[in-house]
Design a protein around this ligand. Structure first.
Ligand SMILES: Nc1ncnc2c1ncn2[C@@H]1O[C@H](COP(=O)(O)OP(=O)(O)OP(=O)(O)O)[C@@H](O)[C@H]1O
Length: 248
């Protein structure tokens, strides 16, 4: 379980988070929505301990995110970065098993390669892809490789940052479905940041909407369409007018 309790974070005069309270139960998939610049990425970075909140506490299964052994803490997370963030100079299998080739999770090279091939298969890629370089892959394949990397070390918690950005709607649907399946079969706790309402509907058990530095609305996905909140309604219907200013 991940809990954020009264998280505040400002950059100079820019008060980004102003008391975020959020709970992500173990094994559940939480999707964070909100307009550009509302602090979704900052929230994620705070959980990972990459940014220190000015105020408030974040715990992951009771462990304070800001204290203790950083490397051990980070081994519990898998992450699918926006844009894939693959290393162009490494073949696909070394991208997938990046964390298994160094540091606390280091395995023998042959074992790391086997795990990479198994994870590639899980995301629908053939073993032959293992020896290609990222530049030889389509955007959809790169996204699958990023997903294989996120699950390579069997993490308890997986973060998905804009998982469908840059994909056509059909490929976005494929990636959304894969994410949902994998999260369910791994029993992982998942947190996704997205603007893509198709991702929200495919991936979320729960949704939280950030606005003005706080959680404006949170609830189960089944309650999103009927949410009695003008911000949520404006966002999910993509209306230019409403309580969320369209000029940002
Ligand atoms: N390291 C930083 N230093 C200064 N300001 C920052 C830093 N990181 C983020 N910000 C500011 O915090 C605000 C929130 O940024 P964040 O990237 O979290 O937004 P977001 O909700 O993820 O937006 P988007 O949907 O466009 O990706 C922005 O105003 C941004 O400029």
């Amino acid at each position: 379980m991940i809990t954020l309790d009264n998280i505040h974070k400002a950059f100079g005069p820019n008060k980004v988070l102003q008391g975020v309270d959020l709970t992500i139960p173990k094994g559940e998939s939480m999707v964070i929505i909100g307009g550009s610049g509302t602090g979704k990425s900052v929230t994620l970075k705070c959980i990972l301990g990459l940014i220190q909140p000015d105020e408030g506490t974040i715990t992951v299964d009771g462990q304070n995110a800001a204290k203790g052994d950083r490397e051990a803490f980070l081994t519990r997370f898998g992450m699918l970065f926006q844009g894939g963030a693959l290393f162009d100079s490494l073949p696909v299998w070394q991208n997938v098993s990046f964390r298994l080739l160094r540091g606390a999770l280091k395995r023998p090279k042959s074992e790391a390669r086997e795990i990479a091939i198994e994870k590639l298969r899980r995301v629908g890629l053939k073993p032959e892809v293992a020896d290609l370089f990222p530049s030889e892959l389509s955007g959809g394949m790169q996204k699958r490789v990023g997903l294989a990397r996120a699950i390579a070390a069997d993490p308890e918690i997986i973060f998905f940052d804009e998982p469908t950005t840059g994909l056509d709607p059909i490929m976005a649907g494929v990636i959304n479905d894969l994410i949902r399946e994998i999260v369910t079969e791994m029993g992982a706790t998942a947190m996704t940041i997205t603007h893509d309402m198709s991702s929200v509907r495919a991936i979320a058990d729960h949704v939280a909407m950030l606005h003005d530095g706080r959680v404006q609305w949170t609830g189960p996905i089944a309650g999103l369409d009927t949410a009695d909140d003008a911000h949520v309604q404006q966002f999910i219907h993509g209306r230019a007018t409403g309580p969320i200013a369209a000029i940002r």
